[in-house]
Design a binder for this molecule. Structure first.
Ligand code: HEC
Ligand code: HEC
Length: 479
């Protein structure tokens, strides 16, 4: 682990203290087929040195699946335990038995975790070292550890990552085949599904109680695990224990943060150090290339550390903020009574603020927007099929509101939040400035009543969706 830290361009003592690494060794550490986090495809658009820098920076701070890093600058519950060594005994086989007085009581089993401590190297410089906890006896507060160096009595140590490791273990068991090792939504079964399993790396979540641009709260992610996402292949995980769900949620948040930081690093280098620039410069001659590489090196030395710090602080703050009660989107008015008059007003607003362009005049999900051709905002290329696209570049259908199936929950407050705060990652924007809370309630009353309206009112050319079952890619979505 420390090897990577030394190679990194963040190896200055200042940032090493700031970026505190804990490697987490998992069950079967070093055995079995090796799993790897994959780099985002956009990394390939950078010049070779920039690719290397993005990959090594991400690896330094997040590790690999077989040895995760718990980087304590992130608002993630890693399950770190700190304490002081009170006694060091020889345990044979090159191992030591440490008695550790923990700062806080913990019933966590630390077996398999890594223990972190500072020691002096040959030149007398302080450096961070990691060793592995071979076994843990919580009753006597003793740990048998193995490694090349050991902490001495009175050394401060931190041990852990068990929460994240537990989350990973459960994720690999329950979520991997759809959401993939890296959380890129490319698990083995993903290609057959529509909608696709979420790629967490954009940090975009659709169904949550917070505002459009905000992250989901812990409670929102737990809700998704409990309820699943009706009408898609995302199943419910209600039967898992609360602790297990909490651990999985931490791991999903961690994967999302990892992906977002990777994306922001790519954005940072893209303008001046793309593969395109590199190839062009190379064709022009050696001198230009040397200059380009020098410019890159200067950027890495002079600007990257501060830029990186601001990236992870911004992202971290957003995730933290999502758990602030004030971030929850709550109506300023109680629900307007569900009367024919309210629904009538709701229908008028539905037309006025143009829900109709996507959801259609009768709510069948067949508005005019589903028939026009759109361009990919990244590449400016027109999509081959008409209709709306999501932030992952997939065709997305406006919901058929006559089916009465709501992916983000069917309580009136859920539908209220979908309208007020929009559905991130999809073309459905927030309506908080177009409609007052009272008006949104009227629209909610109208929308929730649509499935109960006389089916005779159904549009003749209504969408071919008949049953509210998820579709495979051979289904209507992609046809
Ligand atoms: C059989 C495939 C499948 C499995 C297994 C699965 N998911 Fe999903 N998941 C999906 C699909 C499909 C979506 C996207 C649904 C959509 O866009 O409406 C999704 C979406 C999500 C979302 C995004 C919710 C939002 O608000 O945007 C989260 C979070 C999530 N899954 C977490 C998990 C976790 C954690 C597990 C394992 C405990 C898991 N999923 C297992 C298919 C799956
Ligand atoms: C630009 C197109 C667009 C507009 C305008 C739009 N929507 Fe949507 N809406 C969508 C799409 C796309 C989805 C499906 C998103 C998904 O689940 O991936 C959706 C989903 C929904 C859902 C389902 C929520 C759930 O939990 O499953 C409701 C309800 C809804 N829209 C109501 C409205 C209302 C009411 C308006 C107007 C105030 C509106 N929409 C405006 C595109 C739009």
């Amino acid at each position: 682990m420390f090897e990577i830290a030394k190679e990194s361009r963040f190896g200055s003592p200042r940032s090493l203290l700031l970026i505190c690494l804990i490697s987490v060794c998992l069950v079967g550490c070093g055995e079995g087929p090796e799993m790897k986090f994959s780099a985002h495809p956009r990394v390939k658009d950078l010049m070779p040195k920039a690719q290397e820098t993005v990959n090594s920076t991400i690896k330094l701070h997040f590790g690999e699946p077989s040895a995760l890093n718990a980087w304590d600058e992130l608002p993630v519950e890693f399950g770190l335990v700190t304490g002081a060594v009170t006694e060091v005994q020889d345990a044979g086989k090159g191992q030591k038995k440490l008695t550790v007085e923990l700062e806080e009581e913990s019933d966590a089993n630390l077996t398999g975790d890594s223990l972190q401590f500072y020691r002096e190297d040959e030149e007398g410089e302080e450096l961070l070292d990691f060793i592995r906890v071979v076994s843990h006896d919580p009753k006597n507060n003793t740990l048998v550890v193995s490694g090349d160096h050991f902490p001495e009595a009175e050394a401060e140590v931190s041990i852990g990552g068990h929460e994240l490791a537990q989350g990973q273990k459960l994720y690999l068991k329950h979520c991997l085949h759809c959401h993939g090792v890296t959380g890129d939504g490319q698990g083995a079964t993903a290609k057959y599904l529509n909608p696709k399993p979420r790629d967490f790396r954009l940090g975009l979540f659709k169904f949550k109680s917070t505002d459009y641009a905000d992250k989901p709260s812990h409670a929102d992610l737990v809700r998704t695990l409990n309820e699943g996402i009706p009408g898609t292949y995302m199943p419910s995980f209600k039967l898992l224990s609360d602790e297990d769900k909490a651990a999985i949620v931490e791991y999903v948040r961690w994967l999302a943060i990892r992906g977002e930081i990777e994306k922001r690093l790519i954005d940072f280098f893209e303008a001046d150090f793309s593969m395109e620039t590199y190839t062009e410069t190379k064709q022009e001659g050696k001198e230009g290339l040397e200059e380009l590489e020098q410019d890159f090196q200067d950027l890495v030395t002079d600007d990257l550390p501060d830029e990186f710090e601001s990236i992870y602080e911004q992202i971290g703050r957003k995730w933290e903020l999502a758990d602030d009660e004030k971030s929850i989107v709550n109506p300023s008015e109680p629900r307007v009574p569900d009367t024919p008059e309210s629904r009538q007003r709701g229908q008028e607003f539905y037309v006025k603020v143009k829900c109709i362009t996507c959801h259609g005049p009768l709510g069948n999900g067949d508005g005019s927007e589903t028939e026009t051709y759109k361009t990919d905002p990244l590449t400016q290329i027109t999509y081959s099929k008409p209709g709306l696209y999501d932030s992952w570049g997939e065709l997305v259908k406006p919901r058929n509101l006559r089916l009465g199936q709501y992916r983000g929950g069917n309580r009136p407050i859920d539908v209220f939040r979908r309208i007020k705060a929009g559905i991130p990652g999809t073309p459905m924007q927030a309506f908080s400035s177009a409609l007052s809370d009272k008006e949104i309630w009227d629209v909610v009353n109208y929308v929730l009543h649509l499935p109960h309206e006389d089916p005779g009112m159904k549009h003749k050319t209504s969408s071919s969706e008949t049953a509210a079952v998820p579709e495979t890619t051979s289904g209507t979505d992609s046809e």
